[in-house]
Design a protein. Structure first.
Lengths: 327, 359
């Protein structure tokens, strides 16, 4: 049997109108050295340089599976399905979403649809923000925080136009709310393509989480002054987790709170397991697996990150503490 | 999944295979004349045939395919029209009629900037194509008129009933049914994202495959809706057997089937096929017998019978997932196409279909 071909990488560009998505898109098309099919949901004032540009009307559809947060994008399932039929003539797909679009249904389309999942994968979600206006957008609109939460890479654009202390505050807020995302400063969207591509952001073996410090590393959750209720909770646990207790806890969490839990990721040491248990989720859709074995000498701690709205009431820390095996 | 050593796959004995090196998007047999067409990812339509009847023996399959340049980008959909031609839609926004004897593509409609990703043709000559939330209908009975339908959401599938007077249009939240008799559009509501359609041979049942790993079916006479949940994957290759009302769906490692004539169809779910680890990606019932050609994600194609213990290999694995399968209208040959560009036509002797029952 012939080897399955590589799944086609898909990069999602998100960000508010005027942040510089199209400029970044054109920069990527010119400098990446790859051939892309581009899907756009609105035509802005700036033209797109690509050879294969497809317009699609945004169509967010709820799935009938008892979960209000399981949504897919009908337009993308159709268009990506069509693009896959002409495979071999381009190297990847770039999706430019509308300014206020929620990236979750875009990513979930690639998780929920069997045919598309077998042939394509989301490589990364790039969120472009305007350094001057981002903090105000974050405070005023839910959409800015949602886009930030789903980002695997944040491009702080128009950095040259922002005051130094504004820029520092923007970057600190991004690191606080989405510590796993890489951060790129840019002028006119000129970020090296290599920094944005081949992220493998949704591939479990490539999941990386910031190391914790000390016995237990925990960011106190303060209702976001700047972030319209968006919060990030990072937890590091030193003792292994009891398998049944933890999996049950995680399942209940996403089933009951999947609507306000935007992103979750974790590398977990389960008691008695020689391999790392890794998971990542978008709302209620969760992907998990036993990954590589723990290296000898590697600290077998568990690191988990949750980004969502109003997480303080969920007692994530206490719930996870209770999953640990007895000391 | 390898063929049992006793017998090489049927394709090697009685078939012809072409490595086209572009994905096969869809295939169809002409309603008459024994020709087959493969719609391809590079915009061409490859024509084969006609099949050569040889008395009581299996027909001689074509040795070559003829490529007809059709669309600018990719072919996205294909159907056999009532007059013996093929209808193709592409991402250049054109609806074409491919005339087999002359290998000529005639433009029937043009919608610049649109992707015509669904086409259907009915038995009495109506033709339909869709892009996004719009469906266009044309045909001899409409004379020069083109009917444009606006749907509430994106169209995922089109299917004419076997008589050709009703068009089912699938989308989110249900299926719309357009009737040529009074040109009405009637809505069949059912929650979920309906992605594929199948009519029973007598037009009494209309089934839909749902994104949410479920199969639904309407009994149109009394409007009753059946829902079969908990399918092993997204339904693929949804189809009714030629006789009766046995509805089959792939998507999981086995074919699942429900007999709508039973008092409680959901309770009588059966499974058949080769016990594999890879999902069924395509399925086509024989036009007369209770035998289905079943295509798998690893490229294998088998003949399987509901209730039968054994399967017969038509093609071994390789060539990528099976994308399309279709029987010639007389049931004497099977055509198949894969995502990595394998296309094949295999003669299937009547004795083989009997063997599939007793082997």
């Amino acid at each position: 049997m012939s080897a399955a071909p590589e799944r086609l990488p898909v990069t999602v560009l998100t960000g508010f109108l005027g942040a510089g998505k199209t400029t970044l898109l054109n920069h990527l098309l010119r400098t990446s050295g790859r051939r892309y099919a581009v899907i756009v949901n609105e035509y802005g004032e700036i033209g797109i340089d690509g050879e294969l540009v497809v317009g699609a009307e945004e169509e967010v559809l709820e799935l009938n599976n008892g979960c209000i947060c399981c949504k897919v994008r009908g337009d993308l399932i159709r268009v990506v399905g069509g693009l896959l039929k002409r495979r071999g003539r381009f190297d990847g797909i770039l999706i430019e979403t509308t300014g206020l679009a929620d990236p979750a249904p875009v990513v979930q389309s690639f998780m929920a649809d069997d045919e598309i999942r077998q042939s394509a994968r989301v490589d990364g979600v790039v969120c472009v923000v305007d350094a001057r206006h981002f903090l105000a957008s974050l405070a005023r609109t839910r959409e800015a925080g949602v886009q930030l939460a789903h980002a695997s890479c944040v491009v702080v654009n128009k950095a040259e136009l922002a005051e130094a202390d504004t820029l520092a505050a923007v970057e600190a807020e991004i690191a606080r709310l989405n510590p796993g995302a890489s951060l790129q400063r840019s002028v006119g969207g000129a970020v090296p393509a290599a920094q944005l591509l081949d992220q493998g952001a949704f591939e479990l073996p490539r999941l990386a989480l910031p190391a914790g410090g000390g016995e237990r590393y925990y960011r106190a959750v303060a209702p976001g002054r700047h972030s319209d209720g968006l919060e990030c909770v990072s937890v590091v646990l030193q003792r292994p987790l009891e398998r049944q207790r933890f999996l049950g806890w995680l399942q209940r969490l996403v089933a009951e709170c999947g609507d306000r839990l935007l992103r979750s990721k974790g590398i977990v040491a389960l008691a008695g397991a020689e391999r790392r248990f890794v998971f990542q989720g978008v709302h209620m859709m969760m992907d998990s697996d036993f990954d590589r074995p723990w290296h000898s000498g590697e600290a077998r701690d568990s690191r988990l990150v949750f980004i969502g709205h109003d997480l303080a009431g969920l007692s994530l820390q206490a719930g996870l503490d209770a999953c640990q095996v007895a000391a | 999944m390898n063929a049992p050593a006793a017998m090489p796959p049927l394709l090697e004995l009685l078939g012809e295979r072409w490595r086209l090196e572009v994905p096969v998007v869809a295939l169809a047999w002409a309603r008459q004349g024994g020709r087959v067409a493969f719609a391809l990812g590079d915009g061409a339509v490859a024509l084969g045939g006609p099949l050569q009847p040889r008395g009581g023996r299996p027909p001689a399959v074509p040795r070559e395919l003829q490529r007809v340049p059709a669309h600018e980008g990719a072919c996205l959909a294909l159907a056999a029209s009532a007059d013996g031609c093929f209808l193709s839609g592409g991402d250049d926004g054109r609806l074409l009629c491919i005339l087999p004897p002359r290998a000529y593509a005639e433009e029937l409609a043009r919608h610049p900037g649109e992707w015509l990703d669904r086409v259907a043709a009915g038995a009495r000559g109506l033709r339909a194509c869709a892009s996004g939330k719009r469906v266009w209908l044309q045909g001899p009975e409409l004379e020069d008129e083109v009917i444009e339908l606006a749907l509430p959401c994106g169209v995922t599938a089109l299917a004419f009933d076997p008589a050709g007077g009703r068009l089912a249009i699938a989308g989110h939240g249900g299926v719309s049914l357009w009737s040529a008799a009074d040109r009405s559009l009637r809505r069949l509501d059912a929650p979920g994202y309906h992605r594929s359609l199948a009519w029973s041979a007598d037009g009494r049942f209309l089934a839909s495959g749902l994104q949410e790993n479920a199969v639904g079916c309407w009994r149109l006479g009394d409007g009753r809706h059946f829902l079969f949940e908990g399918h092993a994957g997204q339904p693929r290759g949804l189809a009714f057997a030629a006789r009766g009302h046995l509805l089959a769906a792939g998507g999981g490692p086995m074919v699942a089937a429900w007999d709508l004539d039973q008092p409680r169809p959901a309770a009588g779910r059966i499974e058949f096929g080769y016990p594999s680890r890879v999902p069924v990606t395509a399925l086509a019932w024989h036009p007369a017998r209770a035998v289905a050609a079943v295509g798998y994600h690893n490229g294998a194609v088998l003949l399987c019978r509901p209730g039968g213990q054994h399967s017969l290999f038509v093609k071994g694995s390789g060539g990528g997932p099976v994308e399309a399968l279709a029987w010639a209208p007389d049931g004497g040959a099977l055509a198949l196409g894969t995502q990595q560009g394998d296309a094949a036509v295999v003669a299937v002797p009547a004795e083989i279909l009997t063997m599939a029952r007793t082997a």
